[in-house]
Write a protein that binds this ligand. Structure first.
Ligand code: P1T
Length: 379
């Protein structure tokens, strides 16, 4: 099955009871048993739920994986990955990443004795010097949030395999429409399904997809034992969202390109970070590992003025000033004061998250309206 068919049918069966084309929302916490242990595969909804199961099978299908897991949020999914480690273990992570992931790593898991190294991975040669016997996981986002750096997944996977370290890829910005990390050698794919997979800014959810049975069993155990699962209504909404992922992504990419090019030619704009621009330092890697370049971009204005950046995002009318990304509607954010405020200023500035940086999640509205909105806000 090809990708554009998998988004609609991947891992799905028609409902056995009445043939419903969409999986029913099984709004139940528990399941009748004829005798202790005598059930039909479902005993308690923290452990399993048929609507969630349909979604988990869809996750696995679209990422070319064998096992899918759905969580209450993207951070809950990341939390489950880190819980496969133990005190004394070390993680090498990209230094540009979602602020909440950084906060989870440094404010929660460092206290449990796990050590994190945050490094630039655009040059994959940097990685090996941080590997030692305690290194158990390499964590990458690509494209990164919010600087849109691109990391060569295949090159990193060669290093992780050589040292028998797990490689996890946060595929939230790219989605499986643009890149398939498991096919490129990753062990775990993670999503904030809140974003493009859900696609309509109406759900908070996380996803993990893996191929290895032992790793899947460990993660299913943690999913059930820690209990950060999503409900059946949200599972239904994300299943519905996935059915249009390919056509939404196509439009996100087209609109992203038009806006990146418009901003790159604007006299007030200093830098535009979008992997489709030939001037992007990792454009060649992006071209190789991604089908297109996505609808996320960031830019800075000349003079790097904090107040001016705030004024611009306040003046936008069609772009809504809000956290999050990946919905059909365009959003704008100011990472330094919003999504990445939990990263200390000195740290975030090292990776380019300066005061004038504005991040756009380009939606699927009419391009002219989006350009006109940016024009009036920048003007
Ligand atoms: O918000 P949640 O579903 O828990 O997902 C966390 C997360 C993980 N990974 C990436 C790359 C993300 O962008 C996020 C969430 N990000 C935002 C809310 C944001 O505005 O960047």
């Amino acid at each position: 099955m090809k990708f554009n068919t998998k988004t609609i049918h991947g891992g799905q069966e028609h409902d056995k009871a009445y043939g419903a084309v969409m999986p029913p929302i099984y709004q139940t916490s528990t399941y009748a048993q004829s005798t202790p242990g005598g059930h039909k595969g479902f005993e308690y909804s923290r452990t399993h739920n048929p609507t969630r199961k349909a979604l988990e099978d869809a996750f696995a299908s679209i990422e070319n994986g064998k096992y899918g897991l759905a969580f209450a949020s993207g951070l809950a999914a990341i939390d489950a990955i880190i819980k496969t480690l133990k005190s004394g273990d070390e993680v090498i992570s990209t230094n540009d990443l979602y602020g909440g992931t950084y906060r989870l790593f440094t404010k929660i898991f460092e206290d449990f004795g796990i050590k994190f190294h945050f490094i630039g991975m655009e040059n994959t040669k940097n990685i090996e010097s941080y590997i030692n016997v305690n290194t158990k996981l390499i964590w990458i986002e690509t494209p990164t949030n919010p600087m849109l750096n691109i990391i060569d997944i295949n090159a990193v996977s060669k290093i992780s395999k050589k040292h028998q370290i797990l490689l996890a890829v946060d595929n939230t910005f790219a989605t499986p429409y643009l890149q398939l990390p498991l096919d490129l050698g990753a062990d775990i794919v993670m999503h904030s399904a809140t974003k493009y997979l859900g696609g309509h800014s109406d759900v908070v959810m996380g996803a993990l997809i893996v191929n290895d049975k032992d790793l899947a069993d460990k993660l299913y155990f943690i999913q059930n034992a820690s209990g950060a699962v999503c409900g059946p209504q949200d599972s239904f909404l994300v299943l519905r969202g996935i059915k249009t992922l390919h056509i939404r992504m196509q439009r996100h990419c087209e609109n992203g390109k038009t806006i990146a090019e418009y901003l790159a030619s604007h006299q007030k704009v200093e830098n535009v970070y979008w992997p489709g621009l030939k001037t992007h330092p990792n454009h060649d890697v992006a071209k190789e590992q991604m089908k297109d370049f996505g609808g996320m971009l960031s830019f800075t204005t000349k003079g790097n003025n904090y107040k001016e950046a705030i004024k611009i995002v306040e003046k936008l009318k069609i772009f809504t000033l809000a956290e999050s990304l990946g919905g059909v509607e365009s959003l704008a954010g100011h990472p330094a004061s919003m999504t990445h405020a939990s990263i200390p200023k000195e740290e975030r500035e090292k990776t380019g998250v300066v005061d004038s940086l504005i991040r756009l999640s380009v939606g699927i509205e009419d391009q002219d309206d989006l350009i006109n909105d940016l024009k009036q806000a920048l003007g």
